[in-house]
Ligand binder design. Structure first.
Ligand code: SAH
Ligand code: SF4
Ligand code: F3S
Length: 439
């Protein structure tokens, strides 16, 4: 038997790309082992993101850096996967001829065949949206699972077409995986030591998977079934759209113990005028009322969100409405981005906000968000929480994990091992983590 070749995957963008990278490593099977650096790799895959201009441009500078490695290792093949691969296709090989392989997110099951093709000295390109379910055609889970916390994609694609966003074009239409397949994969993960599963989808709460009776499975029902899996301790899901938060899902937050009290629910803006131009089909008020209902079901839930500042034609008053909304919600986490024009999206036609104005707004919003994050973190001091231990810490006898609320927690003098859920008391709050002692 020949020695396995070395595979290096660099992942950009969202959690779905993290999941896809694991599945691709598994798909390439035993002929590859993963390596941590590009320098000794025989196959480099850049799993790319197209969401903002900067993310997409990074790919070309990275390819430029990797190209000289080909002179050192004649066996080296370079591939581009993910959303830039889907959006730009053959153009990538034209701009950077060192690229051997380009494959879009819906064709990953074809990766082994494409690998064989590039090994024979040809190039391979696939940006189809094939009918077949790629994940069912890929190898089972196990090889790439290393941590007690894992992602599991249950839904992919988006039919919402927010005016700024490339995802409906790079990931295609909304598709849900059948419930039985998701449950089987979850059991496989748990058998491999996984204790926490985060269900992924670009619109995960729009999940509508086929069940055994052909019935439609909602996300709430899927979560309730998953909660029955022995050995699985925690369930999370991301990312949700406000319009798909149905009553059953809200109720699950109050009733399913394994469903963690954390919810990422992007709103993008607090101005109805801008929300309309963004094609978000909800208002600031409907979002706030939705959060009220979620908090009735689960009063301690920590909210998280995404914001875009400087969307075309955003006025000072529009931006102040966003600040007001943030003040009202009080986020535990929030991610804010300066609007980036994406070719082919409806918003690309509109008049941009002055860059300096947008920068200043971004700074103000981020200041407010940081303040809120700190105050929610500080309020954890003195509380008794559960921590899923994920790894050893820097100090002796220190372990690091996540609380129910997704805060990073350092446990000093810990006896709990990786994969265990420890009961702890929070004794201090640092900028990016909490410190705790075991109870
Ligand atoms: N499906 C998810 C995630 C979309 S991408 C959702 O609906 O929330 C993640 C975030 O990137 C978005 O929530 C948005 O805040 C941001 N984003 C998307 N397109 C953008 C653009 N053109 N410019 C700046 N930020 C953008
Ligand atoms: Fe993009 Fe909007 Fe779909 Fe989210 S809901 S992926 S922001 S189009
Ligand atoms: Fe980026 Fe594609 Fe995810 S554009 S955010 S990698 S879906």
């Amino acid at each position: 038997m020949t020695a396995p070749k070395k595979l290096f995957i660099k992942t950009y963008g969202c959690q779905m790309n993290v999941y896809d990278s694991e599945r691709m490593a598994e798909a390439l099977g035993d002929s590859y082992v993963e390596t941590k650096t590009a320098d000794d790799a025989d196959m480099i895959l850049l799993n790319t993101c197209h969401i903002r201009e900067k993310a997409a441009e990074k790919v070309y500078s990275e390819l430029g850096r990797l190209k000289p490695l080909k002179a050192l290792n004649p066996d080296l093949k370079i591939g581009v996967t993910g959303c830039v691969a889907q959006a730009e296709g053959a153009e990538i090989m034209r701009r950077q001829p060192a690229v051997d392989l380009v494959v879009g997110p819906q064709s990953y099951h074809r990766l082994p065949a494409m690998e064989a093709r590039v090994r024979s000295g040809q190039t391979a390109l696939d940006t189809d949206f094939p009918e077949e379910d790629k994940f069912e055609k890929m190898k089972g889970r196990g090889k790439a699972v290393r941590a007690p916390s894992a992602f599991l994609t249950v839904q992919e694609g988006c039919d919402k077409f927010c005016a700024f966003c490339v995802v409906p074009y790079t990931r295609g239409a909304e598709v849900s995986r059948p419930a039985s397949r998701v449950l089987t994969e979850a059991r496989e993960l748990v058998e491999n030591g996984v204790r926490e599963i985060t269900l992924l989808g670009q619109n995960v709460n729009a999940y509508h998977g086929a069940g055994s009776e052909g019935a439609d499975y909602t996300l709430a029902r899927l979560i309730r079934e998953l909660a029955k899996v022995d050995g699985l301790e925690r369930i999370r899901y991301t990312t949700s759209h406000p319009n798909d938060m149905d009553d059953a899902l809200i109720a699950a937050h109050g009733e399913v113990d394994k469903l963690m009290p954390y919810l990422h629910l992007p709103v993008q803006s607090g101005s109805d005028r801008i929300l309309k131009r963004m094609n978000r089909s909800h208002t600031a008020d409907s979002y706030l009322r939705l959060i009220e209902r979620i908090r009735e079901a689960r009063p301690d839930i920590v909210m998280s969100g995404d914001f875009i500042v400087g969307f075309p034609e955003e006025t000072d008053a529009d931006f102040e409405a966003t600040m007001d909304l943030v003040r009202e919600v009080k986020y535990g986490y929030a991610y804010s981005f300066k609007y980036s024009t994406r070719p082919g999206t409806p918003a690309a036609e509109r008049t941009l906000v002055d860059a300096a104005v947008a920068d200043e707004r971004l700074q103000r919003l981020q200041g407010l968000i940081t303040e809120q994050q700190r105050s929610i973190q500080n309020a954890m001091v003195g509380r008794d929480l559960s921590v899923l231990v994920e790894k050893t810490g820097r100090e002796t006898a220190q372990m690091v994990g996540k609380s129910e609320y997704l805060h990073s927690v350092h446990i000093d003098n810990a006896t709990a091992k990786v994969g265990e859920v420890a009961r702890v008391r929070i004794v201090d709050a640092k900028t990016n983590s909490l410190t705790a002692v075991e109870l």
